[in-house]
Design a protein around this ligand. Structure first.
Ligand SMILES: *[C@@H]1O[C@H](CO)[C@@H](O)[C@H](O)[C@H]1NC(C)=O
Ligand SMILES: *[C@@H]1O[C@H](CO)[C@@H](O)[C@H](O)[C@H]1NC(C)=O
Length: 413
């Protein structure tokens, strides 16, 4: 039985990976095109979530080297700022996690949400919407109905998306170094970027990691573990479904299957997936459920599932030696070497005791890589009753987390 399962597993993966690969990589381009285009923004995030609160907001489109056109919102200053203040403000890039978009940051009031708190503290704030989410579904040549559009995992967010964002923000803020706040997958992208030497003291000012994820093997949430196992085992059913959309038929069916497993209670899928969040207001949560979840690529979910199953952090595994050889010049996907993270980059980290995705044991493993970090450049916070979503939209996140982030950033001024 086990053998049969293994065979099915292998065949499925091979098949799936084959398909993924066939339609792959034609979108890779090498030059970085930071295209600026201020839209008439009647239906973007600025209009729906920012300007209504009296903040200035500008809509931008950033085109990555591979042709993805990303929607980015800039809040250049705080609400009370006198216009014409020429003081050069430091930019902060704010990056959401997987299966959500930039709008999650705005679920709470201006006094409670991270981008506006940063703006009110004198920062020039840039909110990113990752490729594939509601406002970032354009591409220079590919349509979201094509497989090519979805041929990426978080590896490409490291190699293509973040470089384009950093380049764009830096160019539009007088060549300044970037401050970065990432949540969940946004922390993984940051850690990988630092491990690869893409982020150094030369282009990065400070990095804040909320609900950091790098290792996922100790994740206790049954839904995550079983979803990862099922996704890897049944990958073939996703043939021709390169877009991972939780709201659409095939992926919904997949989760019904996951929920049928003993020990998985999907009555409250949100809690099952993120943990017992202590501090979400009902109205905030309702608003969240109106716009989320957002799409990601099935390949990205595969890559995360591989991370759940393996205790090393590697690039996407094509599960075929020849394909890995083709892409990486070696039989197995290269590892992200977290020991290479520069010891002198100021890093703030905050993790919660109830987080189902960013499990305490996994974070402890991650923290071992920071034992030799410059002591005055590292600040680690543990909040016993916080879970994954509290970091995005808890009513008390300002007092517990965001104030610490802003004061950490300011200490590096
Ligand atoms: C200009 O900006 C700086 C830094 O954000 C602030 O301290 C100062 O009060 C501002 N000046 C005016 C006139 O708003
Ligand atoms: C966070 O802020 C609280 C309250 O100001 C403070 O007591 C705590 O030391 C801070 N923690 C970190 C890691 O900055």
């Amino acid at each position: 039985m086990a053998f049969l399962g293994l065979m099915t597993n292998f065949a499925a993966l091979t098949f799936c990976v084959l398909v993924l690969v066939t339609h792959n990589y034609q979108a890779q381009a090498s030059t970085l095109v930071g295209k600026k285009n201020i839209q008439s923004s009647s239906n973007g995030l600025c209009a729906s979530s920012v300007t209504i609160h009296g903040y200035k907001c500008q809509e931008y489109e950033v085109t990555t080297g591979a042709g993805y056109i990303l929607s980015v919102q800039r809040i250049p200053e705080g609400r009370s700022q006198v216009s014409g203040n020429v003081t050069k403000k430091e930019p902060v890039v704010v990056q959401h996690g997987v299966l959500v978009d930039g709008s999650t940051w705005f679920m709470n009031s201006p006094e409670q949400n991270l981008p506006m708190i940063l703006a009110d503290n004198g920062f020039d704030v840039w909110v990113v919407n990752t490729r594939g989410t509601k406002f970032s579904r354009k591409h220079t040549s590919l349509d979201t109905s094509s497989e090519g559009y979805w041929a990426w995992s978080w590896d490409e967010l490291v190699t293509d998306e973040m470089p384009a964002i950093f380049d764009f923000v830096s160019k539009n803020t007088g060549g300044q170094k970037i401050n970065y706040v990432g949540h969940s997958l946004g922390t993984l992208v940051a850690l990988a970027s630092m491990a690869e030497g893409r982020w150094t003291k030369d282009n990065v000012k400070s990095v804040a990691l909320l609900s950091p994820i790098a290792y996922l093997t100790r994740m206790t949430t049954p839904i995550g573990a079983i979803a990862a196992r099922t996704l890897l085992a049944e990958g073939y059913t996703f043939l021709g479904i390169p877009e991972f959309d939780l709201k659409a038929y095939p992926i919904l069916e997949f989760f019904k299957g996951v929920c049928a497993n003993p020990g998985v209670n999907c009555d409250d899928l949100f809690t099952a997936a993120t943990g017992e969040n202590c501090c979400l207001q009902q109205s905030t949560f309702n608003q969240f459920m109106e716009v989320e979840p957002q799409s990601s690529s099935t390949r990205n979910m595969f890559h995360l599932a591989q991370t759940v199953r393996s205790d090393t952090l590697t690039k996407f595994d094509f599960f075929r030696p020849d394909l890995n050889m083709l892409h990486y010049g070696q039989l197995f996907p290269p590892e992200y070497d977290l020991t290479k993270i520069p010891k002198d980059i100021p890093i703030f980290m905050s993790y919660g005791g109830k987080d189902a995705l960013s499990d305490v044991a996994d974070v402890k493993k991650l923290l071992r890589y920071f034992e030799n970090h410059d002591a005055n450049k590292l600040s680690v916070q543990f909040i016993a009753n916080y879970a994954h979503a509290d970091y995005m939209m808890a009513y008390n996140a300002k007092d517990l987390v965001y104030n610490n982030v802003t004061s950490f950033f300011k200490r590096q001024w």
